[in-house]
Design a protein. Sequence first.
Length: 447
Amino acid sequence: MSKNSFQQCINVACAAQYGIDEILFACPACGDLLDVIYEWDKLTVPQTLAWFEKRWGTRRNRLDLSGVWRFRELLPFCAEKHCVTIGEGQTILQQSDGAANYVKSKPGRVYLEYEGLNPSGSFKDNGMAAAFSHAQMVDARHVACASTGNTSASVAMYAHACGMKCSVFIGSGRIAYGKLSQALDYGAQTIQIEGDFDDCMRRVQQLCRQKHLYLVNSLNPFRLEGQKAIMYRVLEGLSWQAPDWIVTPGGNLGNSSAFGKAFAELKKLGLIERVPRLAVINAAGANTLYNLYENRGLRFNSGQVDMGAIEAYYAHLNETGYRPRTLASAIEISRPVNLKKCLRALEICNGLVRQVSDEAILDAKAVVGRWGLGCEPASGASLAGLKLLREQAVIAADETVVCILTGHQLKDPDVTVNYHSKGEGKWANRPVKVKDDMEEIVEAMRI
């Protein structure tokens, strides 16, 4: 167990500290979010990021094979004996000139970070590797989460690997079958309640408090420690040079929060010279962050967040009976639990927020598929957001941009098939129906 790390409340007026071995997902003193903090001056950290390349030669070591734990000096909260891995992080950063052409960027300037190659098919495995390591460290036996799909799949897989009981909460009819099938197949106890993700999130927190279960949603600060590794691999793929921009979908805002923390730590340690800018992309049907940040001017303000503005906005959602609705089910969230941490990340990275329509998301998703990488609908928000930012001349054609693709194409195949079979999108690849007749088949094939 690390003696050089602790948990700390992000509320600057509280800043209460707790042991690394405590099971918490909110500050007991004030109820705010928690960070994992490291006393870097007491830790041994490589002098350059390139140092980590040596672990490509020692990949028979299970931790060096992991795309999370091969960077363990940058998330040193637990001893190696507690580290959990099932081979997460074997992802690719692919340059895509097809995507660059779509958004009218110069060739060689757009990269796609494909997290769909993780064992459960999404980025969630990065965070679960860290969260379950902490769960093992504190001898947890029963884990729980609320999910729109990807979290439940990843939690179920890691819980099985660790011999823990797993309970997942999903909303009525608001989960893609490709993701639900994973949770069921991996043995999770699946509880479907009337309501959406936000309702499930509220209930699972109550349950974890009352029954002392281990919560593995991104409220858990150790989840976000693992998700920092996505940025380490992006830097690795760019020969340790920071891109100009990171563009990522915004749902519960765990990824954006983790990215900001990663870059702040790397800059503090002198391992990067500059921090890239961050663009968080909401679906228009689930646009809480966009409304608060761009329309209402909410900022982190060095920790002095206007909580009254957030509470008033959520009260308005309650009064109007608002429910988020988007085909990008993974980001169909109206009360993101990591809102404050995301605001901090936007401050660290001089960031911005945009919203894009479902139509724009599905077109961008089809473009990603056309040029070699299938992705879930939520991932399409990244490229759709980049397209919008190029049109707005916010991002220049010659700037280097990394779009995060959060999950695998088969996570939500119904959306993909419907897009193509209905033939309504610009990039639709509609099946051609013909009789069982050779002449008609040849004519249809245009041979």
